[in-house]
Unconditional design. Structure first.
Lengths: 267, 299
């Protein structure tokens, strides 16, 4: 008789890898092969996680079609099954997986579209957090202000893509073939910011220098260092704009927290 | 006592205890319809996992809970895991429960996590003394962390383990007795599992402890033919409740009395009106059972 732990780990192998050797002997046949009984659970595992990926990556799904998408999803699911039951967080690695999925090579911008979709998904499900109260900044000395680091709102994502994926993504989801065929794939990289504003997720095109400034702030660079590496920019209005839009939730100094991150969900 | 009545929705008390009437499972597709039309349904149940992030879903639920008692029904805590609970997941449940203040919190007699991996289904347990210890330990931990009693639902299953020694109904009764948890009696699941394993569904129902039953679930299921011609009933929550399951529900009402009853529908989700119709049918049976029990008392 197997221990519960051994049995569950064996069933895990049967479901994820289709290897039911250690499990079938413990299953009552009763007119149906144990392997067929186990396959009901394996099918649900594959089907529900494929459905989760389909929900998170609707444009990638349309770009390669159901058959290819399902094929890709089933390999991905078996390679990188979810680590928790909170499935909104599942599928972060799918864009990178698509770069290694040979049938997708015909659509060179597919992984970048998928990366944008993951950023959109993150923005959609990010926790509700109150934005930074900017009056806290007024109380700081110039020395403290110089070494401030900003904590971005969890819904804010910055993305650089080799292709104009924002235009591709919109055209694909709108099923707008005319817009799709008008896109110049050689137009150069797209510098994008994704965020949840009120109830909808917005994808904004930025100029490269402004994107770099925001990316360095979001990466937690100290304010003075970020300002120094972006001398060509008129940074104060940009920063004021980001603060007013609620894109930061807290500030920290390099070693200690000046204003604790607001963890309470908004009412 | 009708589940679907002509009284204004405003008379329904929000975010309080779950009334002993018929409710419906609330899915994303119906968020807007419920907010806008405020249907006269007695209570709503949501999947806890759908409200663990921020943004739109939680905003809708914040609004809806003002008008309706809400029950949180989890599908991912994996009470049967020998690895122990995923404490981060328990914490997410606690956060949702603190925010929504649900009338009931429920999970399943099953497992979904092993080796740090979520298997995206409600997997059956071998029904042994060892599994009973594991389940009770995990329920104790959950009830302690949430600081409340939870309900545990009987699952649908498609296989049994050769080394099981305890019938499922006895296992559930033992879990309730040892942990003080309540039971969520899913009548459709009893019907499905009884068919799949050759159990007597009525005997299963009769063996459950009435005092522990705090909620009933009803849903549709489907038939799947496996190689060799054998039919399995699959609990897919994708259709109306079957007549045979309604029959079994009448037996459940006669045995358990007035218990909050939920219509679940998760796949091929129909318009809200269809769910309300199903809830109204449950309410009709509910009233019939109440009358029968009243006349039995009089006699």
């Amino acid at each position: 008789m197997p221990t519960l732990l051994d049995l569950q780990h064996a069933i895990y192998r049967a479901i994820v890898a289709g290897d039911e050797r250690d499990t079938a002997i413990h299953v009552v046949a009763d007119g149906i092969e144990p392997a067929a009984r186990l396959s009901v659970y394996r099918n649900t595992f594959l089907a529900s996680l494929t459905a989760a990926l389909r929900l998170s990556y609707p444009a990638a799904h349309r770009l390669i079609g159901e058959a290819f998408f399902e094929g890709a999803a089933q390999i991905f699911v078996a390679e990188r099954p979810p680590r928790s039951a909170y499935l909104d967080e599942y599928g972060a690695g799918f864009p990178e997986f698509l770069t290694r999925f040979p049938p997708a090579a015909a659509v060179p911008y597919l992984p970048d579209v998928a990366r944008l979709e993951w950023a959109v998904n993150q923005a959609l499900h990010a926790p509700d957090v109150e934005p930074l109260d900017v009056t806290q900044l007024a109380e700081l000395s110039p020395e403290d202000a110089a070494c401030l680091c900003f904590v971005p709102h969890p819904s804010v994502g910055l993305l650089r893509a080799d292709y104009p994926v924002d235009a591709i993504w919109r055209a694909v989801l709108d099923r707008d073939d005319r817009a799709l065929s008008a896109i110049d794939l050689a137009a150069g990289p797209a510098w994008l910011m994704v965020e949840r504003a009120d109830t909808a997720v917005e994808v904004k095109r930025m100029r490269e220098p402004e994107w770099r400034f925001m990316a360095e702030l979001c990466a937690g660079g100290p304010l003075q260092a970020v300002l120094d590496s972006n001398r060509d920019l008129d940074a104060p209005p940009l920063l004021a704009n980001h603060l007013a839009a609620g894109r930061f939730i807290a500030v920290k100094s390099a070693d200690s927290t000046v204003a604790p991150q607001a963890m309470e969900p908004s009412p | 006592m009708a589940a679907v009545s002509s009284q204004p929705a405003a008379a329904i008390r929000g975010c309080g205890p779950i009334p002993a009437r018929a409710g419906i499972g609330l899915r994303f597709q119906h968020h807007r319809a419920v907010v806008e039309s405020r249907p006269a349904v007695a209570w709503l149940e949501v999947h806890t996992e759908n409200y663990m992030g921020g943004g739109t879903p939680l905003r809708y639920l914040d609004q809806i809970r003002r008008d309706y008692p809400i029950s949180l029904h989890g599908v991912g805590l994996s009470l049967g895991s020998a690895d122990g609970l995923d404490l981060a997941h328990l914490e997410r449940i606690r956060t949702v429960a603190e925010r929504i203040e649900p009338g009931l919190v429920s999970e399943h007699l099953s497992w979904s996590m092993a080796a740090g991996t979520y298997l995206a289904d409600l997997l059956p347990l071998p029904l042994t003394e060892e599994a009973l210890d594991v389940v009770c330990r995990n329920i104790d931990q959950t009830q302690t962390r949430l600081q409340r009693r939870i309900l545990v639902e009987n699952p649908s299953s498609y296989l049994q383990f050769a080394h099981s020694t305890i019938p499922e109904w006895q296992f559930l009764a033992a879990v309730a007795a040892r942990t003080g948890c309540g039971l969520l009696c899913d009548v459709n699941n009893i019907f499905v599992s009884a068919h799949n394993h050759g159990w007597d569904a009525s005997a299963y129902l009769d063996a459950l402890p009435p005092a522990a039953i705090d909620e009933i679930h009803l849903a549709g299921h489907t038939l799947r033919q496996l190689a060799g011609g054998r039919l399995l009933r699959i609990d897919d929550h994708g259709s109306r409740v079957e007549p045979a399951v309604w029959m079994l529900y009448r037996r459940a009402l006669a045995r358990f009395g007035a218990v909050p009853t939920l219509i679940e529908w998760d796949n091929n989700v129909p318009p809200l009106e269809v769910l309300i119709e199903e809830a109204a049918h449950a309410a009709t049976l509910f009233e019939g059972a109440a009358k029968e029990s009243a006349s039995a008392d009089a006699a």
